[in-house]
Design a protein around this ligand. Structure first.
Ligand code: UT7
Length: 323
C-alpha cells in the first residue's frame, strides 16, 4: 500500500468496549462432545475455554454502547458505523443497520466482511472516512461463529467462538494514530477455509496454519516498512487470536518476543472479527499500552485475507480531538 499522504486529517481511538456471551464452553465440555482432550487443545492451540451464544446485533450493541460511554461521545454525533462481521444475523439487511438503530446513531452504517482480518479492514476504512471529513466513527468487530460451527467436527469445534469488540475513532488536530496500513487478499486460497450459505465452516487446518504465519509476517513487515519502523520499535503486537502457535511462530519470524504480544485466546477462543479488538481492549485495560507506544495490529483469515496497521497510541504530541 502507498504511504499515507502528509496532512490528511488523522484520528485517535478515544473509547473501547467488549462483549462476550455468558455461556462458557470449556475444553472439558468439548471432551463430552467430540473425541478430544483438554491437554491436546491446550498444547496445540493455547485455548482453554470460549464463550458461545447471542446474536451479532446483540453483542455489537453491547460492545458499541460500552465504547461510546467510555469516549463520552453523543451517539447522535457519530458520522458512520462500520461493523466487521463474517456472521451477520441476516443476509439482508446488513447487521449494522439494526445496531445503528439500537444505539441511537443517526448516520450511515454498513458491514465489512474480510473474515478474521475484518476489524483491521474496518479500522482502515474508518480512518479513510475521517480523512474525507467525518469526525467520529464507531468501528465494531463481532462474530457469532458458534452458529456456523459443526459441533461434531473436532477440527473446528475446538477453535471457534463468539464475541465482540468496538472502538470510537475521533478526528484530531495534528497527526493521528495511524502511521501505516496494509490490506491483502488471495482468493485462490478460499478453498482452505469457507462456509457456504446455510452450512458450517470447512477448514484445512494445516494449510491455513502454514499460510497464516507467512501472510501475517508479510503484511506486518509491509506496514512496518511503510511506517519506517522496525520490530524493536513495536511496543505491543495485537494479533488475530486463532492459535497461540501461529502467534508464536509469526512473532519469532518478525523478531518480536512473545512478551510483547497481547493474547486472550486462552479464554475467548477464535472470535474472528472480534479477536483483535478483544485483545486490544485487554491490553489497554491492563495498562500495557501508553501514549506514544507503537502498536502493531495484524490479522489473517478466510479469503485468504491479511491485514495490518501500525498505530502510534494517542497520535502525535499535538493531537487534540476536534470538537
Ligand atoms: O481464523 C483462522 C482460522 N483457522 C486457523 O487458524 C486454523 C489453523 N490451524 C490450526 O490451528 C491447527 O492446524 C489445528 C489446531 C486445527 C490442528 O492442529 P495440528 O497441530 O495442525 O494438528 P494435526 O491436524 O496435524 O493433527 C495432529 C494429530 C492427528 O493425529 P495423528 O494422525 O498424529 O495420530 C490428528 O488426528 O492430532 C489429531 N487431532 C486431534 N486430537 C485431539 C486433530 N484434531 C484433534 C483434536 N483433538 N481436536
Amino acid at each position: 500500500m502507498p504511504a499515507i499522504p502528509a496532512n490528511v486529517r488523522g484520528a485517535v481511538i478515544t473509547g473501547w468496549g467488549t462483549a462476550l456471551p455468558e455461556k462458557v464452553l470449556t475444553n472439558h465440555d468439548l471432551e463430552q462432545m467430540v473425541d478430544t482432550s483438554d491437554e491436546w487443545i491446550t498444547e496445540r492451540t493455547g485455548i482453554k475455554q470460549r464463550h458461545v451464544g447471542g446474536s451479532t446485533v446483540g453483542l455489537s450493541v453491547q460492545s458499541g454502547r460500552a465504547a461510546l460511554e467510555m469516549s463520552g461521545v453523543d451517539p447522535a454525533s457519530i458520522d458512520a458505523l462500520v461493523l466487521s462481521t463474517t456472521t451477520p444475523d441476516r443476509c439482508v439487511p446488513a447487521s449494522s443497520a439494526a445496531v445503528q438503530h439500537e444505539l441511537g446513531l443517526r448516520c450511515g452504517a454498513f458491514d465489512v466482511n474480510a473474515a478474521c482480518s475484518g476489524f483491521v479492514y474496518a479500522l482502515v476504512q474508518a480512518h479513510g472516512m475521517i480523512a474525507m471529513g467525518a469526525k467520529k466513527v464507531l468501528v465494531i468487530g463481532t462474530d457469532t461463529l458458534a452458529r456456523i460451527t459443526d459441533w461434531t467436527d473436532r477440527n473446528t469445534a475446538i477453535l471457534f467462538a463468539d464475541g465482540s469488540g468496538a472502538v470510537v475513532l475521533e478526528a484530531v488536530e495534528g497527526p493521528g494514530q495511524l502511521l501505516s496500513w496494509d490490506l491483502d487478499a488471495d482468493g485462490s486460497a478460499e478453498k482452505y477455509l469457507y462456509s457456504d450459505i446455510g452450512s458450517t465452516i470447512h477448514m484445512d487446518g494445516k494449510e491455513v496454519f502454514r499460510r497464516a504465519v507467512r501472510i501475517m509476517v508479510d503484511s506486518a513487515t509491509k506496514s512496518m516498512n511503510h511506517a519506517g519502523v522496525t520490530a524493536d520499535d513495536v511496543a505491543l503486537v495485537v494479533p488475530h487470536q486463532a492459535n497461540v502457535r501461529i502467534i508464536q511462530s509469526a512473532c519469532d519470524k518478525l523478531g518480536i518476543p512473545m512478551e510483547r504480544a497481547s493474547t486472550v485466546l486462552h479464554r475467548t477462543g477464535n472470535t474472528s472479527s472480534a479477536s483483535i479488538p478483544l485483545a486490544l481492549a485487554d491490553a489497554l485495560n491492563n495498562g500495557r499500552i501508553q501514549r506514544g507506544d507503537l502498536v502493531l495490529l495484524v490479522g489473517f483469515g478466510a479469503g485468504m485475507t491479511a491485514a495490518s496497521a501500525i498505530l502510534r497510541w494517542g497520535g502525535g504530541t499535538d493531537a487534540a480531538v476536534l470538537a
